[in-house]
Design a protein. Structure first.
Length: 241
């Protein structure tokens, strides 16, 4: 008489009393099923671990790219840097920032905006009003100092250079202080010496720069309602001595 196969690998035999008797389980079938479940779980764990590893590697790669991009930006900001390793580059950046802070403190403390660079009572910060002042330096008609205070904008330095060049002069020293949207520029220029008419031409050209009406300006004319620049008379810095 043949046994009847039941589920889960168990076999039963017919019995004269109740019709069936339990038989020994099919251990080979049970072991194979358990191995199959264990194998599937292991594959799932391996897949999750692999995906997590890939995600971590990708995040690390992006982080290194961001760091390298910032380091490249720092190299372009530093003057004449030759450092290539990260530690030396960061040390040079810290040194450069400290030097800039020291220079800014010196400007505020000492000023240094006269033709000789020794004027102690100079206030470097821009004022609220548009202003233009022209002055001879120490009775030398070959040196003229122009002080401009106006709204900061792109192309301001270019417009100033054009105005200075319009009378055949050249800038030999320039300093600028910008706070918010206001800027103050002090330019010492040298020329062969000009008469009153030439000085008036320079004054008019710089006045146009202050009022944002410089010829060829890409920003157009000054908006309606702007306060007109206050122009001071031409003086000699040594007159008060």
């Amino acid at each position: 008489m043949f046994p009847f196969q039941t589920q889960h690998g168990l076999e039963t035999w017919p019995n004269h009393q109740n019709g069936f008797v339990p038989a020994e389980p099919n251990w080979a079938s049970l072991i194979n099923g358990e191995d199959s479940i264990t194998s599937s779980a292991s594959k799932l764990e391996i897949k999750k671990s692999t995906e997590a590893c890939k995600s971590h590697k990708e995040a690390e790669r992006r982080r290194r790219q961001r760091i390298n991009a910032h380091l490249s930006t720092l190299r372009t900001l530093l003057p004449n840097t030759t450092k290539t390793d990260k530690a030396s580059l960061l040390a040079e950046v810290v040194h450069h920032v400290k030097e800039l802070k020291r220079q800014a403190a010196d400007v505020v403390t000492k000023g240094g905006t006269s033709c000789s660079g020794s004027e102690p009572d100079y206030l470097p910060f821009p004022g609220e009003f548009d202003e233009l002042t022209l002055a001879y330096c120490d009775r030398q008609e070959r040196l003229v100092k122009a002080t401009l205070c106006c709204e900061d904008r792109p192309g301001l330095n270019r417009d100033m250079n054009r105005a200075i060049g319009s009378v055949g002069a050249r800038a030999v020293r320039a300093e600028m202080m910008t706070v918010g949207e206001r800027t103050k520029s002090v330019v010492v220029m040298e020329w062969a010496g000009g008469d009153e008419e030439t000085m008036c031409v320079l004054q008019s050209a710089l006045k146009d720069v202050v009022e944002n009406r410089a010829s060829g300006s890409d920003l157009g004319r000054a908006v309606e309602g702007n306060k007109r620049a206050r122009v001071c008379e031409l003086v000699n810095e040594s007159d008060g001595d």
